[in-house]
Ligand binder design. Structure first.
Ligand SMILES: C[S@@+](CC[C@H](N)C(=O)[O-])C[C@H]1O[C@@H](n2cnc3c(N)ncnc32)[C@H](O)[C@@H]1O
Length: 219
């Protein structure tokens, strides 16, 4: 799957040769936390989101592949955020199913100094959306980021729609539309008359494989 050049540049990819290899939820996320807290540059990470993102990418390249968005596509999403200036940004994948991963995310959000503006909610995205809406915490979103399970992108988008959370002008950004792939979601969005949808190209890092974000805007 990966060339020797890739593996030299990103040693973590050598582990892909093992056929039992899994990409996440095998303890590596806790190992990432230890890596960060044992890192000689730890003092520079506090209150520095860019430094924390860089050390996460360093771990993914050197130690174990991570299913985080990676530096290339993250820059594309940052461009979109800078352009849109959303006041409410919801990530499905930040409404997080796994409580251990949620706690690791909270820890890093706190280290980054972002605890006052970022909330990680534990539960399935669909249940959390309904709960946040019914308790009056979430009335709308300017930007919805789909980065949890490709097979749930469409049904969870439809949960947001059915709750009236996506107003005219809201933007939806879905990761991994080419790899691992969300072909049904893309096909739906390209034919859906309530949105205008386009692709933004990017790379999965480490590995430098091509991927695309699908970006529909609600008309
Ligand atoms: C690709 S990761 C998110 C990566 C993150 N956006 C980043 O770039 O660092 C997807 C996460 O979604 C979580 N997840 C899986 N199914 C879910 C569901 N139904 N609802 C919410 N989160 C879910 C997984 O536990 C996993 O941590």
């Amino acid at each position: 799957m990966f060339s020797q050049d890739h593996i030299t540049k990103y040693p973590s990819l050598a582990k892909y040769a093992n056929e039992d290899y899994t990409e996440s939820h095998d303890g590596r996320e806790a190992a990432l936390l230890k890596y960060i807290y044992n890192h000689p540059s730890l003092p520079q990470f506090r209150n520095s989101p860019p430094a924390i993102l860089a050390v996460i990418d360093e771990f993914a390249a050197q130690e174990d592949f991570l299913i985080n968005i990676g530096s290339d596509k993250a820059a594309k999403v940052c461009d979109i955020i800078a352009q849109e200036q959303p006041s409410v940004f919801v990530e499905l994948g930040g409404l997080e199913f796994d409580p251990v991963i949620a706690d690791i995310a909270r820890n890093l959000i706190d280290l980054a100094g972002l605890s006052d503006i970022v909330t990680v909610v534990v539960g399935s995205a669909a249940n959390s959306l309904r709960k946040l809406h019914s308790e009056g915490t979430l009335d709308y979103m300017d930007l919805l980021f789909l980065d949890h399970v490709e097979d749930l992108y469409l049904s969870d988008f439809q949960v947001c729609e059915s709750l009236g959370l996506l107003r005219s002008g809201a933007l939806v950004v879905a990761d991994n539309v080419l790899r691992p792939g969300a072909p049904q979601y893309r096909e739906f969005m390209r034919g859906y008359n309530k949105v205008e949808s386009w692709a933004v190209k990017g790379l999965i890092i480490p590995g430098e494989l091509e991927d695309e974000l699908e970006v529909p805007r609600i008309k």
